[in-house]
Design a protein around this ligand. Structure first.
Ligand SMILES: Nc1ncnc2c1ncn2[C@@H]1O[C@H](COP(=O)(O)OP(=O)(O)OP(=O)(O)O)[C@@H](O)[C@H]1O
Ligand SMILES: [Mg+2]
Length: 254
């Protein structure tokens, strides 16, 4: 990629990084024997089949495996979007398997940033408005929302695009906007499900560079479902799944 590319990633705002506290060194995620069965008619699918894993704060985990092996099911559970059939999931001290709807909604709004294959940006809003929105919905003042959103827009390398509407952005720029929006409320966990799956190779590359930067600077705990070797290589930990199970879990030595 050319160094003049608009994807050039600028230095992150100092205020965003929250490293070094005692809490940072504690485990963030703990799964014990987690099973998720889907039943339709007489058929039961074991989408997750007894998964146990611990993930520390600020790890960058890449999850891969063939289609249908349970990757999206796993991250939906981690994001508090779904309940396990059996087993325990604790994220940042909250027992998600036992939590009610109100607690899960609060957990998602305050602790989780989600990025999907399709960007789900609001087309009638520009980049700054899209990224500010989660803060406004939380009751943060318009001035503070805008200031924090501008910091994130700079982080993802889109300062020059802040007043562009969604249709005036490339696919990679849209996804970087979605990543800025997912990070703006400072979640303890950023989860991305195949974030480059809908992008051409050039746009995918700009998104992968951004994820690498977020992982490298440990801005948050990062879990990325990906078929991309490039993203997986950048991760500090690679988890491979098959048939609802974890079959490989390795940490990078670099
Ligand atoms: N709502 C559902 N009802 C029934 N079965 C489901 C449901 N959602 C997922 N499944 C099944 O659970 C298994 C795991 O699905 P999941 O979406 O987690 O796979 P994945 O690894 O994310 O695949 P892909 O790489 O294609 O996105 C699949 O066999 C799928 O058909
Ligand atoms: Mg999936």
């Amino acid at each position: 990629m050319k160094s003049s590319d608009s994807a050039t990633i600028e230095k992150s705002p100092r205020s965003f990084a929250r490293r070094g506290s005692l809490a940072d060194r504690a485990g963030l995620i703990s799964l014990k024997n987690v099973t998720r069965e889907y039943t339709s008619g007489l058929r039961t699918v074991n989408a997750l089949d007894g998964i146990s894993i611990e993930i520390a704060r600020h790890e960058f985990v890449a999850i891969s495996g063939p289609s249908g092996c349970g990757k999206s099911t796993l991250i939906h559970l981690l994001a508090g979007l779904d309940h396990p059939t059996k087993g325990e999931i604790v994220v940042d001290g909250l027992a998600l398997h036992a939590a009610g709807d109100a607690a899960l909604t609060h957990f998602r709004r305050s602790q989780v940033g989600l990025v999907f294959q399709f960007f789900n940006l609001l087309p009638t809003m520009n980049v700054l408005e899209n990224v500010s929105l989660p803060l406004l919905l939380q009751g943060v003042s318009p001035a503070e929302s805008e200031e924090r959103a501008a910091g994130l827009i700079e982080l993802v390398g889109l300062r020059e695009r802040a007043d562009h509407f969604v249709h005036q952005l490339s696919g990679g720029e849209q996804q970087r906007t979605a990543i800025a929006r997912a990070l703006v409320h400072r979640p303890s966990l950023l989860i991305a499900d195949e974030p480059t799956g809908n992008l051409d190779s050039h746009s995918a590359s700009s998104v992968m560079q951004l994820l690498e930067k977020i992982g490298r600077e440990a801005l948050t705990t990062l879990i990325v479902v990906t078929h991309s070797d490039e993203v997986a290589r950048a991760a500090s930990r690679r988890v491979e799944m098959r048939d609802g199970k974890i079959v490989r879990d390795s940490r990078s030595t670099s």
